[in-house]
Design a protein around this ligand. Structure first.
Ligand SMILES: [Zn+2]
Ligand SMILES: [Zn+2]
Ligand SMILES: [Zn+2]
Length: 369
C-alpha cells in the first residue's frame, strides 16, 4: 500500500472538488505526505537553514558567488541551483536594492519549475498547479494593483533568467499563488518560508478540521486530529482558529472568497469564551462590546503592519495602550487581550527585558490552566 491509498479526490456537495477518506484513520495517523512542488526560504532565515532542504544546523556553507544562500553540502547546493540561479547573479547586481516580495520569489520558482518539469510531479497526485483556483473575477482593485506591483517586480528582478508568459497569464498565476500558497512554520510558529503543495491545496476548509498540516523540512505531513471514518471529507483549516466566528469569516472571505458553514460557524459555540467580557456591576452594552471588538480587530491588524517599521519601544507602547483600552470591557482571557499580551511578550523578549516578558507570560498562561 502506498501512502496515498487511503484518500481520493471527489466532488464535495456545495464546495466543488475536495478530498475524501477511503478508510478509517486513527487520531494522529498520517493520511499522506506531499513534497513541496517548489519552495523558498525566507530572507530572515538565511544562514540559519539550508536554502534547499530547510535543515536547521550550524556551519552551513555559502554560495561562493552571492554569499547569500547557504547549504548543508554540495548535494543540496547542486539540487538548489536550478532555482537559486534565478536570484544568484541578480542579488549581486542589485545588492541592497534587491527586495522582491516572497510571493514574487515563489512565483519565479513556479515558472522555472513548469519549464523544467512540465509533466505531472509527485506533489500533484490529486491536483495540479495548472488546476489551481485563481478567483480572479472576485478581486477588488486594491488586490489587482498588488498583483501588478508583483508582476513589475518579477520583470525587474528576474527578467534575465526567466522567459515568461504575457501579463494576463501572470495575473492568473499570482492570483493562484495568493489563494493556494502555503507558509512554512517551525514548531514555535516562526515563519521559515513559502511553498506550493498542490495535493494539500485540494483539501477544503473547516473551523473544526479533522487534519493538521505540519512540515518536515520541505515535506508537508497531513495527520488526523480527529477520528476519521471511511467516506468522511478531509478538512484542514486555512486560518488561525483562535478568533471568533465573524472575524474568521471575514478573513476567509478576504483571502479565499467564501463563507464557512461548518458546525462551529453555525453554532458559534466557542465565541462567548473567546470574547470573554468583564463581569461588572453594570455590564457593557452590546454596542460597546461590538465597538470594542472592532477596535481590537483593527489594532491586531495595525500591529502586524507596524512590526515592519516601528521601534520595539513604540511597539510596546502600542500594545500597552490597546491592552489598557480593551481591559475596560474584556477579561484577560479574551483572545484579543491574549493576542496583544503575547505580542508584548515577544517585544520584551526581543529587548531582553526578562521581567516584562515574565509578567505577560504569566498572564497568558493563566487562561490555559
Ligand atoms: Zn540541505
Ligand atoms: Zn548564489
Ligand atoms: Zn467554520
Amino acid at each position: 500500500m502506498g501512502p496515498h491509498d487511503g484518500i481520493e479526490r471527489f466532488t464535495s456537495p456545495g464546495k466543488g472538488r475536495g478530498m475524501r477518506a477511503l478508510r478509517d484513520f486513527r487520531l494522529g495517523e498520517l493520511l499522506f505526505t506531499c513534497p513541496a512542488y517548489t519552495c523558498v526560504l525566507t530572507v530572515n532565515e538565511r544562514s540559519n537553514q539550508c536554502d534547499h532542504c530547510f535543515a536547521r544546523k550550524e556551519g552551513l556553507s555559502k554560495c561562493g558567488k552571492c554569499k547569500q544562500a547557504f547549504y548543508c553540502n554540495v548535494d543540496c547546493q547542486k539540487g538548489d541551483w536550478p532555482m537559486h540561479k534565478l536570484e544568484c547573479s541578480s542579488m549581486c547586481t542589485y545588492g541592497q536594492n534587491w527586495n522582491p516580495s516572497e510571493t514574487v520569489r515563489l512565483t519565479a520558482r513556479i515558472l522555472a519549475k513548469q519549464k523544467l518539469h512540465p509533466e505531472r510531479t509527485s506533489s500533484e497526485r490529486f491536483l495540479t498547479v495548472k488546476e489551481f483556483e485563481s478567483h480572479l473575477d472576485k478581486l477588488d482593485n486594491e488586490k489587482k494593483e498588488l498583483i501588478q506591483t508583483d508582476i513589475a517586480a518579477l520583470h525587474h528582478f528576474y527578467s534575465k533568467n526567466l522567459h515568461y508568459a504575457d501579463n494576463a497569464a501572470l495575473e492568473v498565476l499570482f492570483a493562484q499563488v495568493n489563494c493556494n500558497g502555503f507558509t512554512i512554520e517551525d514548531e514555535e510558529l516562526s515563519h521559515l518560508g513559502s511553498a506550493i503543495f498542490p495535493d494539500v491545496a485540494l483539501m477544503n476548509h473547516s473551523c473544526c478540521p479533522n487534519v493538521i498540516v505540519t512540515y518536515k523540512g520541505t515535506v508537508a505531513e497531513i495527520r488526523a486530529v480527529q477520528e476519521i471514518t471511511a467516506g468522511d471529507e478531509i478538512f484542514t483549516s486555512y486560518i488561525d482558529l483562535l478568533y471568533p466566528t465573524e472575524d474568521r469569516n471575514d478573513r476567509l472571505k478576504d483571502s479565499y472568497f467564501f463563507t464557512c458553514d461548518c458546525k462551529e460557524c453555525t453554532t458559534k459555540q466557542k465565541d462567548p469564551a473567546k470574547l470573554e467580557i468583564r463581569k461588572l456591576s453594570e455590564p457593557p452594552s452590546p454596542k460597546t462590546i461590538r465597538d470594542m471588538v472592532k477596535y481590537a480587530r483593527n489594532v491586531v491588524e495595525e500591529f502586524r503592519r507596524a512590526k515592519h517599521y516601528k521601534t520595539p519601544s513604540e511597539l510596546l507602547e502600542m500594545c500597552e495602550l490597546s491592552i489598557e483600552k480593551m481591559g475596560a470591557v474584556f477579561e484577560e482571557s479574551n483572545v484579543y487581550m491574549l493576542h496583544m499580551m503575547y505580542q508584548s511578550m515577544g517585544v520584551c523578549l526581543y529587548q531582553q527585558d526578562w521581567d516584562g516578558a515574565l509578567k505577560y507570560g504569566q498572564k497568558i498562561i493563566k487562561p490555559y490552566r
